[in-house]
Write a protein that binds this ligand. Structure first.
Ligand code: NAD
Length: 485
């Protein structure tokens, strides 16, 4: 019987969850509400000892969870998704306060998180596959649960990203320890607490930590796999650390995705999509369009149209009625975005949409569009991860493809084009894992999601993503007579 099963869920008290039970700590920190810069609730910081206990509990739980029937695991995952949505109002408020997301988008995150889990719950079992079978040899392949997974998460979409790890890990029979970003610990801790009602202790746990916890997880010999979503520099550290114990590792990292806009589109139809692609969640989306390449024939019209869309949005603290773009999530990211504003201003680039880095206590940044900066400018070369975006002109397909691919990253890309043959030709030439045609970027739980180049290793979501959470075994059965005479 799990200790938290009958405990009412409180939304102003937060615990780590170890072996089915809430656990406090001698050390605490507080997140910051990005809308007003004020401190949020106290949250315990897990120690190395807490991690050791969680790993031990996860290893113990793995023994039975890995043998639990696929259908029973599916049922439990469905129950978690349903239960979690019963707290839509409270969880929505939590996401709004910790993430700086207007309430309608905080709830949108919950919906996406739940869809992610429900997708995992609907995936059919992996059957043993007979590769070949003849008079001499039968070759069979099977996929088996991996073990203990450590999930390290970023702050931009805590719930949907967590669910994309929890669903596949639980479905395929692994146990999982979640580590939220210290900037957004609340919603993940609460989700894991809510889920305990349906799970044996140790199957799904959560530890909030300081800077030490991530490296402790990647080094821990009792963890078999790390699924990491975050920045490319941290991803490289994670991979180096995982190499010491040769853990399996999935890296979903940063990007500098480009959108290519062709001259045959209706500017007024496409501008709202491009504006969303660049600025939704105040630009803090890994696959956001971070460089906008517009054909020269429609450049002036598209610039004016995107500018008009964004000017029509309210950018304000998340709690204010009618806010479309909330603040940047944290002080560190706010400083990075401010630096991009200052660099563009000091280089004399043209701000087609002026934008402004807020001076108040919160981290609100009014969005900016930089008009045709040089290809070697920082705003074109680096991931800004905030509401300041360059719009650039192109003329020739080969030329724009070369510029789009001239980056060390390869996460996403978008093509807007009425001629679908041309759109698909362009899309296929973009060196990235995820391409959208005639839409802003919207990852889906049934679509494999992966980064090329320095945007990642492996991938998640879709049936292909489930393989990452399993070991594969091939049996070579020779039909030789080895029986005693
Ligand atoms: P980050 O790399 O700073 O942190 C991510 C997580 O790693 C946090 O939980 C952090 O505590 C932890 N961490 C930090 N140092 C660590 C270490 N040495 N070892 C182990 N863990 C460590 O990233 P962030 O600022 O939280 O997120 C923003 C970045 O994430 C952007 O670059 C964005 O593009 C990327 N991102 C990628 C995807 C994707 O699916 N590809 C999705 C969302 C965000």
């Amino acid at each position: 019987m799990n200790g938290t099963k009958e405990t009412p869920i409180e939304f102003e008290k937060f615990h780590n969850i170890v072996d089915g039970l809430p656990r406090s700590s001698t050390n605490f920190h507080r997140g910051t509400n990005p809308s007003d810069g004020k401190e949020l609730w106290e949250v315990p910081i897990a120690s190395e000892n807490d991690l050791d206990d969680a790993v031990e509990a996860a290893r113990k739980a793995f023994k039975t969870w890995s043998k639990t029937k696929w259908e029973d695991r599916q049922e439990i995952i469905k129950n978690i998704a349903k239960e979690f949505m019963k707290y839509e109002a409270e969880m929505g408020k939590l996401v709004m306060l910790e993430g700086g997301k207007p309430i309608q988008f905080a709830k949108f995150d919950l919906g996406n998180a739940s869809k992610g889990l429900l997708w995992a719950a609907s995936e059919k079992k992996f059957e043993d596959e007979i590769i070949s079978d003849n008079a001499d040899l039968k070759l069979t392949m099977r996929h088996v649960p991996l073990g203990v997974v450590g999930a390290i998460c970023p702050w931009n979409f805590p719930l949907p990203i967590s669910m994309n790890k929890i669903g596949p890990a639980l479905l395929t029979g692994s146990t999982i320890i979640m580590k939220p970003s210290p900037f957004t610990p609340y919603s993940i801790l609460k989700l894991v607490e809510i889920a305990q009602k349906f799970l044996p202790p140790g199957v799904l746990q959560a530890l909030n930590g300081d800077d030490k916890l991530g490296p402790l997880m990647t080094e821990h010999p009792g963890i078999n796999m790390i699924t990491f979503t975050g920045s490319t520099p941290t991803g490289k550290r994670v991979m180096a650390s995982c190499a010491k114990t040769l853990k399996r590792v999935t890296l979903e990292l940063g990007g500098n995705s480009a959108a290519i806009i062709c001259p045959d589109v209706d500017v007024n139809k496409v501008a709202p999509k491009v504006a969303l692609a660049a600025f939704f969640n105040s630009g803090q989306i890994c696959v956001a369009s971070k460089r906008l390449y517009v054909h020269k024939d429609i450049y002036a019209d598209m610039l004016a149209a995107v500018k008009k869309v964004v000017e029509g949005w309210k950018t304000a603290p998340a709690v204010e009625e009618g806010t479309m773009l909330g603040p940047v999530q944290n002080k560190m990211q706010h400083a990075i975005v401010k630096d991009f504003f200052e660099d563009c201003a000091s280089q004399g680039y043209d701000f087609a949409l002026q934008g402004e880095v807020g001076k108040g206590e919160g981290f609100v940044v009014q969005p900016a569009i930089i008009d045709n900066p040089p290809d070697d400018s920082r705003i074109v070369r680096e991931e800004q991860f905030g509401p300041i975006v360059p719009m650039l002109q192109w003329e020739d397909e080969d030329e724009v493809i070369a510029r789009v691919n001239d980056t060390t990253t390869g996460l996403g890309g978008a093509v807007y084009c009425a001629d679908l043959d041309r759109a698909q030709r362009l899309a296929s030439r973009i060196e990235a894992g995820n391409i959208w045609i005639n839409s802003n970027e919207k990852p889906l739980p049934n679509a494999f999601f992966s980064g090329w180049k320095e945007s990642g290793i492996g991938g998640e979501s879709g049936r292909l993503g489930l393989y990452n959470y399993m070991n594969t075994q091939v049996t070579h059965l020779y039909k030789a007579d080895v029986a005693k005479l």
